[in-house]
Design a protein around this ligand. Structure first.
Ligand code: ARG
Length: 395
């Protein structure tokens, strides 16, 4: 009997995938659920997969690798899509595809199955990655084959086949959450003029519930990568955890945007990404201070391209590797600390320092007299500033 590995989150739509593969297609199913820092209890989720007919339920803890190799690479590259989406969902697909291929090989599967419903972003990305990594595996999308488009369609299928319908109600429809952020959907028919109801948001507190007192946090970077919080070193995962909690308390990182999907259609997307928002903000502030003008301005162009390639499912490409090499070079001086001030619903950059700072207070003044400073230096070579040549770059 042939075998499929199913990308499995535990939601009802995934139980339907198991059922259809097992009983209609007569294909054995093993599931894979990745822990990317979403709050679900994956052990329980796995048990349910077996109850529903899977022969094995694999669970993988991808958190550390996800942060280090994907989120922090994208952070160093300043990768935010269009109006600021930090690509939390898009960045989780390349490691998910890698894990699915690994399990497929270990289990001797011929198929990889997933619960996407149509040619949306998730399906394009996942299938592109699977085809790149393992062109021999056959991809199957049961919900698409079945023509199930809405939660109501799922309910009807579950009722017809006697699948347990109540178990997964706590998993909200079309919410994709991981430690880099959460993507929420209001539904295709939601009015663009309607403000999302407060219970739309699941990671952050209401702005009105944020503490009255502002909170300062200092984020330290080394060569473009975050390494410390308030002068204490933390491994990447821990840092993201702390900043998510802190940012969530202050309702930071909410976004309500219209986004250009891969298909060309525009969609309204709601995001929350407290840690990613704070890290990107601090990182950009340090780049302003340490990158020379041409590099800083061109970095903007490359950051956009990087975000775009992540969005379009092009992680495993020479272009991404080349851009990473560029960022590795230009981010060398991006070492130092940025002080942020957190207030209800917002955060401000209020301090920055770096051993590679290109800021020259001795050549600046408020009445625009750099020229006067230059003249003074020429005429008084022994004066306080005159004997030091202007530093332009570090090594
Ligand atoms: N629009 C975002 C993206 O394309 C989020 C997708 C979230 N996926 C989901 N199944 N809710 O990256």
């Amino acid at each position: 009997m042939s075998k499929a590995v199913l990308a499995y989150t535990g939601a009802l739509d995934n139980l339907i995938c198991i059922h259809w593969l097992r009983t209609v297609k007569n294909i054995k199913v093993v599931t894979f659920s990745g822990n990317f820092g979403q709050p679900e209890f994956l052990e329980e989720v796995g048990e349910r997969a077996v109850e529903a007919g899977a022969t094995a339920a694999h669970i993988g803890d991808i958190r550390e690798r996800f942060v280090r190799e994907f989120c922090f690479q994208a952070l160093r590259a300043g990768a935010r899509y269009e109006s600021g989406y930090v690509l939390s969902s898009a960045l989780s697909r390349p490691p998910l595809a890698q894990e699915l291929v690994r399990v497929a090989r270990d289990e001797g599967c011929e198929f990889v199955a997933h619960g996407c419903r149509g040619i949306g972003n998730d399906q394009v990305r996942l299938e592109t990655y699977l085809q790149t990594l393992a062109p021999d595996l056959r991809i199957v999308a049961p919900l698409f084959e079945l023509g199930l488009k809405t939660p109501e369609d799922d309910e009807a299928y579950a009722k017809r086949w006697g699948l347990p319908r109540s178990v997964n109600r706590q998993l909200r429809y079309n919410v994709d959450q991981n430690l880099w952020g959460v993507a929420l959907q209001l539904g295709p028919r939601a009015d663009l003029w309607m403000e999302p109801p407060d219970d739309t948001y699941i990671m952050t507190r209401r702005i009105s519930d944020a503490p009255d007192k502002p909170r300062y946090v200092e984020i330290g970077f080394q060569q473009g990568l975050p390494v410390s919080l308030d002068n204490e070193r933390h491994p990447p995962l821990e840092m993201v955890d702390i900043l998510n909690r802190l940012g969530a308390q202050y309702a930071i990182g909410r976004l309500d945007v219209i986004e250009d999907r891969i298909s060309g259609l525009k969609a309204r997307e709601i995001y929350e990404a407290p840690a990613a928002h704070l890290l990107h903000q601090a990182h950009t502030a340090l780049e302003e201070l340490t990158l020379d003008k041409d590099v800083f301005q061109f970095r903007d162009v490359t950051a956009r391209r990087y975000a775009d390639l992540v969005y379009r499912g092009k992680w495993f490409t020479p272009f991404r590797e080349a851009l990473d090499a560029w960022f590795e070079v230009i981010e060398k001086p991006v070492t130092g600390t940025v002080k942020l001030k957190l207030l209800g619903g917002t955060s401000l950059v209020v301090g920055r320092q770096s051993p590679h700072s290109l800021y020259r207070s001795d050549m600046l003044s408020f009445d625009g007299d750099v020229e006067r400073t230059m003249r003074r230096r020429r005429h008084a070579p022994d004066s306080e500033h005159g004997s030091r040549p202007p530093t332009s770059r570090r090594d």
